[in-house]
Design a protein around this ligand. Structure first.
Ligand code: GLY
Length: 376
């Protein structure tokens, strides 16, 4: 398997180099053989810009090729203005990969002040009554906007925990831990699946109802959300040492294992009625996020048999992605094919930049734990 993972990494670096030479704006998904790029006037679209920079940093760490470092620095610079932007809940995704990862790979701490500022900005979306971070919309927006949280936010907590470790001020970490606690209580079901969206009364903090934005329904399990949660809760355990977070990550992993299709790459929603059809959309990005999260979970296990089980599951997912979902032999300038941005929005079956990032992160964890340490 090791040789296949090395081949997958070599292919990924080749694609990243080609994109570095051709891209003129941040990539999001591939339509045919072309990356779609971000409409800069639509702020929330910036949520996925860190992944491209993260790919460049990892490519630099693997190769030492200064082209990648130069590229990563230039692209990261273009995101710096977002550090004060309160209109997105995804500053964690962006600044963790563009700045914290970059500082760790290069040792250049001048990348860190922007990340600290972004963490402070992100806490402005915290609702202390409901103890959650607000998902989409303006912080002084409608009642509905102010009352909404989502499972994806679990991935934005590393930046907050890191900021507190760095400054010694516990506020950011307190916000992150409380948000994680609320997400566990409200967005994880007794059957170990996750809900995409939760709505609160923003004035009283009372929980109102479940909903979805990219899944099938309020009662279904959107597979990328399951991946975000599995990865995010394992990470939250590592940073807090609070056993409840490891326990929930284990439950989410078990759900993903039990409900995995034969090739281990989940359908876009586990409850999609068309999962019986061979043509149903998969989400390779969900699989890549899960594989990376499972490797972290394996690392924080105290039980050796369970750790081996999560690692084996992650390895098989990675192998399946490489054997069945890679762009090898095509002209598509991405690494993984068959991701699903959002079926309810009519966007399915394409490459996604975050699928590519988490696939390379997974390969890095499998092949080079020393480099992977920078991503944690
Ligand atoms: N965080 C947005 C998504 O997963 O599509």
């Amino acid at each position: 398997m090791k040789q296949e993972f090395q081949d997958a990494l070599d292919h990924s670096i080749e694609i990243t180099l080609r994109n570095l030479e051709t891209l003129t704006d941040f990539p999001e998904r591939c339509e045919g053989e072309t990356w779609t790029t971000i409409d800069r006037n639509r702020i929330p679209a910036h949520w996925n810009d860190g992944f491209w920079v993260g790919l460049l940093w990892l490519a630099f760490a693997h190769t030492g090729d200064p082209k990648f470092e130069r590229g990563a620095r230039e692209w990261a610079k273009q995101l710096a203005w977002l550090k004060d932007e309160t209109r997105t809940h995804d500053l964690g995704f962006i600044f963790w990969l563009a700045n914290v990862l970059g500082a760790r790979v290069t040792g250049d701490e001048s990348l860190l002040p922007d990340a600290l500022q972004a963490a402070r900005t992100l806490t402005r979306r915290y609702n202390a009554r409901g103890e959650y971070l607000q998902a989409w919309g303006l912080i002084d927006g409608t009642r509905e906007e102010r009352g909404r949280t989502n499972i994806d936010l679990m991935m934005n907590l590393s930046l907050l925990f890191w900021a507190s470790e760095r400054t010694g001020d516990p506020y950011c970490a307190r916000v992150a831990a409380r948000h994680a606690r609320t997400s566990r209580l409200v967005l994880v079901r007794p059957d170990d699946s996750t809900v995409h969206v939760g709505d609160f009364d923003p004035e009283t903090g009372a929980f109102l109802r479940h909903a979805t934005h990219q899944g099938l329904s309020a009662d279904s399990c959107w597979s990328r959300g399951q991946g975000w949660a599995l990865y995010g809760f394992a990470d939250t355990y590592r940073r807090t040492g609070d056993e409840v977070f490891r326990a929930v990550a284990q439950r989410l992993a078990e759900y993903a294992l039990i409900h995995a299709p034969e090739d281990l790459v989940p359908f876009w929603d586990y409850d999609s009625p068309d999962t019986q059809s061979a043509n149903t959309y998969r989400d390779s990005s969900a699989a890549a996020v899960m594989a990376s999260g499972l490797l972290d979970l394996a690392e924080i296990e105290t039980d050796a048999a369970r750790a081996a089980r999560w690692r084996a599951f992650a390895e098989k997912i990675a192998l399946s992605l490489w054997q069945n979902y890679s762009s090898r032999g095509t002209r598509i300038p991405a690494i993984l094919l068959h991701g699903t941005r959002s079926v309810p929005h009519g966007l399915a079956d394409h490459a996604l930049i975050y699928g590519d990032y988490y696939f390379v992160e997974t390969l890095t964890k499998l092949l080079r734990p020393d480099i992977a340490a920078h991503t944690k």
